[in-house]
Design a protein around this ligand. Structure first.
Ligand code: DX5
Ligand code: ZN
Length: 228
């Protein structure tokens, strides 16, 4: 089978040398860059926003930018983020109807993402079960390009992997078939990525395991070999 893609979360990069850090991981085989946008409400941290995406895009015209919106109101930003250079915008089922009454209508927001020229995905937090996630995802399954299964609580890099989310990834894979990308985010390292791959994950996010290693090439290779 084709190897899983590695989406490098720049949250653990040296922010003072961002372009250099991005070029380094890409030269070592990283496939995508994962950008964690937080608003201090949906996730208890402030990280980066549209200007970081625009800045990275200016230095890396051809790199796929996978933008993870951990925000309460993703609808406020879609066109700006796409114009800044995001290739993929993912937003959380936990801010959508029917899980939140008066929440985001996923179908409408996905259409706006596509109209703005980006791909679209939905994200599921650890406490949200497969059945609840599917209340949002199933009606739009043929419209989205990716589902992201969180394996830590949103907020920061360096947390411990939560293996209890693995069956949720496997259930999504079974339902969606081979074409949907299933991404996992949080606590992945050269060991846990193998469990993720065995449960249908084909896009692996990594921040601390990669940036904290003195052999980044070996870490990316291990992620690429995780389904072997
Ligand atoms: C967590 C973010 C992740 C995080 C992953 O809120 O969504 O992308 O940066 O970091 P690691 O790989 O260190 O768990
Ligand atoms: Zn993320």
């Amino acid at each position: 089978p084709p190897h899983p893609l590695v989406s490098v979360s720049i949250l653990s990069a040296d922010f003072g040398r961002m372009a250099e850090e991005c070029r380094d991981v890409l030269s070592r085989g990283a496939d995508l860059l994962h950008m964690d946008v937080m608003d201090g409400h949906f996730a208890p941290n402030l990280t980066m926003g549209v200007d970081m995406i625009r800045g990275v895009r200016r230095h890396l015209p051809d790199t796929y930018l996978d933008v993870h919106l951990m925000v309460e109101r993703p609808g406020d930003y879609v066109e700006d983020y796409a114009a800044a250079g995001a290739n993929m915008l993912t937003f959380h089922v936990e801010v959508c109807e029917p899980l939140v009454s008066g929440g985001i209508k996923a179908k409408d927001l996905i259409k706006r993402v596509h109209d703005a020229g980006a791909e679209a995905g939905l994200v599921v937090n650890p406490p949200t079960g497969l059945d609840d996630a599917l209340r949002v995802i199933e009606p739009v399954l043929s419209d989205i390009q990716m589902v992201l299964v969180m394996s830590v609580h949103p907020g920061r890099s360096g947390q411990k992997f939560m293996p209890e989310v693995l069956p949720k990834a496997a259930g999504l894979r079974q339902l969606a078939g081979p074409d949907l990308r299933i991404e996992m985010d949080g606590g992945l390292n050269t060991q846990t990525c193998r469990d993720a791959a065995a449960h249908g994950v084909d896009v692996m996010v990594t921040a601390s395991a990669l940036f904290g290693s003195d052999d980044r090439t070996a870490v990316i290779d291990a992620f690429h070999r995780s389904n072997a």
